[in-house]
Design a binder for this molecule. Structure first.
Ligand SMILES: [Zn+2]
Length: 295
């Protein structure tokens, strides 16, 4: 799932291709927008807000300036191609939006969300978001305030909550918790330094926003680019123990959190309140690891 850095880069690419240019053809394949035609408007700018994309367009003689809002969700993307040259790499049936100008065509593919609002009313769609990790007004103090508002909540769940801070998905959740050496189930109240964790998350997204590969280890080699995410069952790059995965958050909103029991301290889903066993002694031979959230 695209996270804040990918969405930021998508917005930049769309902005480069569209800003200041008039829409010459428009096709929104979305039930609620089927009759909308943005032809004749000029794209003012394309910006990201957390994991949301906002394409702002000029007013017409009788309608106000509007914002086309999209969200990539699980597998959505926007790509740009030269007008008149369809690249054909992606299925035509997945196309949800086409905005064309004389030079470039922006295509929204398998988008998870598409809305149109008056630009003055953007807040109805993104006003609930916490500070945007890659936004021009990034506010770490406000993010910390929101993080600490629910002290009993698991830190992994709080980081994924876009109302706390906007831009984190399961990749940066896992990597930030690994680097902070805390399990994702650590209650917010037990964080030794909340401001430091927020700064870490911000730096991780910021350093990755310019590149296609998401790297948290400093090692660009395949298979060594990140510590925990999507590495369950593999040896930890730091301690050689086995990386695990378990849900964090409340069903049905729960998400996967990868972690290394050897490197990260704090509660885990099988934690029964007793001190954690030393590394290497916790696995009985042949027994599948059980991940049941303690109720
Ligand atoms: Zn480890």
């Amino acid at each position: 799932m695209p996270e804040g850095d990918v969405v930021w880069r998508t917005a930049r690419r769309l902005h480069q291709a569209q800003a200041g240019r008039e829409v010459t053809a428009c096709d929104l394949r979305w039930p609620s927008l089927a009759t909308v035609d943005l032809t004749g408007r000029t794209v003012v700018e394309v910006v990201s807000a957390g994991k949301h994309l906002l394409t702002r367009l000029t007013a017409t003689d009788d309608e106000p300036a509007v914002t086309l809002h999209s969200h990539l969700r699980m597998e959505g993307s926007w790509y740009v191609e030269r007008t008149g040259e369809r690249d054909g790499r992606r299925s035509a049936s997945g196309i949800r939006a086409v905005l064309e100008n004389a030079e470039w065509t922006a295509v929204g593919h398998k988008l998870g969300m598409l809305d149109l609002v008056a630009t003055a009313h953007e807040d109805e769609l993104v006003g609930h978001l916490g500070p945007d990790l890659l936004g021009p007004g990034w506010d770490p103090v406000e993010a910390e305030h929101r993080l600490l508002a629910d002290p009993g909540r698991a830190v992994g769940e709080a980081l994924l909550d876009q109302r706390v801070l906007a831009g984190v998905g399961t990749f940066y959740l896992a990597e930030a918790c690994f680097l902070a050496r805390l399990t994702p189930w650590t209650p917010v109240r037990d964080l030794p330094d909340p401001a430091k964790l927020i700064d870490l998350v911000h730096r991780l997204l910021d350093v990755n926003k310019e590149r296609v590969d998401q790297v948290t280890t400093g090692d660009l080699r395949r298979g060594r680019q990140n510590y925990a995410h999507a590495r369950s069952g593999l040896p930890c790059l730091r301690c050689a123990g086995t990386v695990r995965v378990a849900p964090v958050g409340v069903p049905p909103q729960d998400r996967t959190a990868f972690f290394c029991p050897g490197c990260q301290v704090g509660p885990t889903p099988t934690d029964d309140g007793r001190p954690q066993r030393p590394l290497g002694s916790s696995r009985r031979s042949g027994a599948a690891p059980a991940y049941r959230t303690r109720r």
